[in-house]
Design a protein around this ligand. Structure first.
Ligand SMILES: NC(=O)c1ccc[n+]([C@@H]2O[C@H](COP(=O)([O-])OP(=O)(O)OC[C@H]3O[C@@H](n4cnc5c(N)ncnc54)[C@H](O)[C@@H]3O)[C@@H](O)[C@H]2O)c1
Length: 384
């Protein structure tokens, strides 16, 4: 059995998480790490015992000949780094969201196809232990036929929540909804429907966004509908980041690290129809909880190994991630133009930038990258 050679580009929070998972997995070997900052290379290199440390990604790839390069960097760098790394004909995994618009996503997929590389996007919730449990129950028919899917965020400003957390939730929803055919959404800022003035740059380099509150309805395969809420809460509520599947015979509730089944289609607090059963979480056979790192990141590696062995794509493939960006851009477009948007959209430009331009406005002025600083400034604008 082949051992896959892995190189990590970016040695901070997410690079450390990725490196721990690849280090722990029996079928992957870390062969190089890269960061612009020496101290970060050294901290991570010492932890995972990698001496091949680089400041330049091209040099790292030439010298270490990896099968997969992980790209856990700030979102604004994903596009350039994906294109640069794919040029070497290697496989990649990139942090979420893959890119900030469809023009970029199309180019990355085309480059991968031209170079024979695979693209996976780090939506680890889709393959983690709780989703494995939900998927097993679902495919065993425990909720009958799927009717409806609900997903919610953690309370970030809506447009940012969509790009940051909605990308995960939509990927989870697609496991069950399969394809999203159309989307209709309503976005409000300061209690009113968004206007072109409400189009702003995203915190954390996630492109262009709008909407404090996002309520979106998706039309999935076989007439299954889904609702995604990305609402700004006064106080963050990480527990609200969840997904629920409603079927003809029961319901399944997913959150990171937990999975439950209600063996009735309706929750009625009558002592009979209100008993949610915890599902046993599922881990790869060789997973050792004593290793540092998260089980979901480990599952993500396991899935990449299995996909490459079988010559198929990762379930969190670049194409799936592009479809998620289609949904997210569709949500923005639907709210801006007041119409249902059919997917995939022919016009791949960012709909909010297009909308603002059509209103005769300049692109939005720069804002701070850090979320809380960004939010303070946006709150000031809304208070005027
Ligand atoms: N999947 C998840 O659960 C999850 C959670 C949080 C964040 N994220 C995503 O992770 C990404 C951010 O990751 P992070 O917080 O670790 O980022 P970060 O900005 O803290 O660290 C990125 C590192 O990459 C290095 N780097 C950037 N460009 C480089 C280059 N050209 N060459 C060499 N090194 C370079 C930087 O010096 C830095 O050390 C975002 O896309 C975010 O959306 C994902």
């Amino acid at each position: 059995m082949k051992t896959y050679r892995i190189a990590i580009l970016g040695c901070r929070g997410r690079g450390t998480a990725a490196a721990r998972a690849y280090h722990a997995h029996p079928r992957t070997q870390l062969v190089g790490i890269c960061d612009l900052v020496e101290e970060r290379r050294d901290t991570l290199g010492d932890e995972v015992n990698v001496t091949a440390r680089f400041a330049d990604v091209d040099e790292m790839i030439q010298e270490t000949a990896p099968d997969i390069v992980a790209i856990p960097t700030g979102t604004e760098f994903h596009y350039d780094l994906c294109m640069r790394v794919l040029e070497h004909g290697v496989h990649i995994e990139v942090e979420k969201p893959m890119c900030i618009d469809l023009v970029q996503a199309d180019a990355v997929i085309a480059k991968a196809a031209a170079k024979g590389g695979q693209v996976a996007v780090h939506h680890q919730g889709r393959v983690g232990a709780s989703m494995q449990a939900i998927a097993r129950a679902f495919h065993a028919g425990k909720i009958g036929d799927l009717r409806y899917i609900y997903g919610s965020g953690k309370g970030y400003y809506g447009g940012y929540g969509l790009m940051n957390i909605g990308t995960h939730t939509l990927n989870n929803m697609l496991h069950f909804g399969e394809q999203c055919r159309s989307v209709i959404a309503h976005l409000t800022t300061d209690g009113k429907s968004i206007t072109p003035e409400d189009v702003v740059p995203s915190p954390s380099g996630m492109g262009t966004i709008a909407g404090e509150y996002i309520t979106a309805t998706m039309q999935f395969t076989d007439n299954v509908t889904g609702t995604l809420l990305q609402h700004r809460f006064n106080k963050m509520d990480t527990g609200a980041y969840a997904m629920e599947l409603y079927g003809t015979e029961g319901r399944l509730f997913w959150k990171s690290g937990g999975a439950w089944w209600l063996p009735h289609p309706r929750y009625i607090p009558d002592g009979t129809h209100d008993r949610w059963e915890a599902l046993e979480l599922i881990y790869p056979e060789h997973y050792d909880a004593k290793n540092p790192g998260s089980e979901a990141d480990y599952w993500f590696v396991e899935e990449y190994v299995n996909a490459l062995d079988a010559g198929r794509e990762h379930v969190c493939s670049g194409k799936e991630a592009r479809h998620i960006i289609e949904i997210m851009m569709g949500i923005f477009e639907s709210a801006a133009y007041g119409e249902r948007v059919q997917l995939p959209q022919a016009d791949r430009r960012h709909p909010l930038r297009r909308w603002r331009e059509e209103a005769g406005l300049e692109p939005p002025a720069e804002m701070p990258r850090g979320y809380w600083e960004w939010l303070a400034l946006e709150s000031e604008r809304l208070a005027q």
